[in-house]
Ligand binder design. Structure first.
Ligand SMILES: *[C@@H]1O[C@H](CO)[C@@H](O)[C@H](O)[C@H]1NC(C)=O
Ligand SMILES: *[C@@H]1O[C@H](CO)[C@@H](O)[C@H](O)[C@H]1NC(C)=O
Ligand SMILES: *[C@@H]1O[C@H](CO)[C@@H](O)[C@H](O)[C@H]1NC(C)=O
Ligand SMILES: *[C@@H]1O[C@H](CO)[C@@H](O)[C@H](O)[C@H]1NC(C)=O
Length: 360
């Protein structure tokens, strides 16, 4: 039996429940977060590409803004635009709930990356790519402990890869391509980034040897280290042989022995580029792992003959290139290559048959 007092309590309880529900379903943009977003538009002088960021509307309806049930901004993306002119605001960390920050395709974004971004500890995905930002990668990024994706490609970043990035133990995807980064790959990356499956460092000025610690990464399938100044010799193994799928080491100064890359124990390798290096090894007896779909060894000092299995390989001749080496002897199963472009065999010591002049 409910007394009048009890039923009024019940009514107020259900009212407040109803209110909470209503609030959850339709909660407005958090006022602090909305204020910070409006400061961003002011910072960029109210560009027309941010015209949907209208102070009179709820920010959860603004273009490329995502909010959670409490109205906190969780996704901040600025669409590719040329009217975003200036440095990255140094107060983005006043949006503490952001998990995706995407500043890509903004060619007039310039200046250094503010180290305050390292305070945004809920970030899982951070993209600052195809912009004109310069200066170093802030060491404070080592504090972004939830980060799974970091893409800083296509900028003017200089200096080393900060060893602090090895603290990002949840990182799965790391892309720093097309910058002006220099120095070595920190060995600690291989020892700590256990969840990494993609590492793209191509088109930089990185140097030193490729660290052997990469073989400790259990899920690393793709490495792109091309167009740098890496020197050799390569660590053996490179990555985990049964996991590595795509490796591009082209256009470096890697020396010495690399035939192990063709061993049968690289059971997942399909794309292998080692072109334009200083590799020097005998190709005659390499295994040629049957999973290879594309391989390019051109512009090295590789000698010996083409291995017998070359004639039965899976790759279409259009995806093979052994030119500019010191190879000699008949092209195995030359008939298969009769229609191939002779340039894939060109500039060797004495290859013959197939699309080249017949062997004597
Ligand atoms: C990029 O920024 C640099 C200064 O860091 C400046 O000299 C250069 O002109 C900018 N490039 C473009 C295309 O805006
Ligand atoms: C791959 O197999 C070769 C023999 O074919 C062996 O010498 C080499 O140690 C193996 N590499 C790994 C990483 O197991
Ligand atoms: C082989 O590589 C692919 C990516 O190309 C990847 O999805 C797969 O997990 C790899 N296999 C193993 C055994 O790691
Ligand atoms: C191999 O690399 C050379 C550069 O040395 C390039 O010109 C050629 O197109 C590449 N071929 C393939 C099949 O990737």
């Amino acid at each position: 039996m409910s007394t009048p007092k009890n039923s009024s309590l019940l009514i107020s309880l259900s009212l407040s429940l109803l209110f909470t529900f209503f609030n959850l379903a339709l909660s407005d943009c958090n006022p602090n977060d909305k204020k910070v977003l409006l400061q961003i538009t002011t910072h960029f002088n109210n560009p027309s590409s941010l015209s949907s960021w209208n102070p009179n509307t709820d920010c959860s309806f603004w273009e490329d803004i995502g909010t959670d049930e409490q109205g906190h901004v969780t996704r901040l993306r600025i669409n590719p635009a040329t009217d975003i002119i200036g440095p990255i605001p140094d107060f983005l960390d006043r949006l503490p709930f952001v998990s995706t920050l995407d500043l890509s395709g903004l060619p007039n974004l310039f200046g250094p990356i503010p180290s305050s971004i390292g305070n945004m500890n809920r970030l899982t995905q951070l993209y600052i790519s195809q912009t004109n930002v310069s200066g170093p990668i802030p060491g404070s990024f080592g504090r972004l402990s939830s980060l799974t994706t970091l893409d800083l490609s296509g900028n003017g970043l200089t200096g080393p890869i900060p060893p602090a990035l090895a603290q990002l133990t949840r990182l799965e995807y790391l892309r720093l391509s097309s910058n002006k980064l220099s120095g070595p790959i920190p060995d600690s990356l291989g020892r700590r980034l256990k969840n990494l499956f993609f590492i793209g460092l191509d088109s930089n000025r990185l140097s030193g040897p490729i660290p052997g610690s990469l073989s400790l990464l259990p899920t690393l399938t793709t490495i792109d280290f091309s167009k740098n100044r890496f020197t050799g010799p390569l660590p053996n193994p490179l990555g985990r042989p049964n996991v590595l799928s795509n490796a591009d080491l082209g256009y470096n100064k890697i020396t010495g022995y690399g035939s192990f890359l063709f061993d049968k124990n690289y059971t997942n390798l399909s794309f292998l580029y080692i072109n334009n290096n200083l590799f020097k090894f005998d190709f005659s007896n390499v295994d040629l792992t049957p999973t290879l779909v594309i391989f390019n060894i051109s512009h090295n000092m590789i000698y010996g003959s083409l291995p017998k299995r070359f004639g039965q390989m899976k790759p279409d001749p259009n995806y093979v290139d052994v030119s500019y080496n010191q190879l000699c002897g008949p092209i195995p199963n030359g008939r298969r290559f009769k229609q191939a472009n002779p340039s894939i065999f060109a500039h060797n010591k004495c290859l013959c048959g197939g699309p080249l002049p017949a062997c004597k």
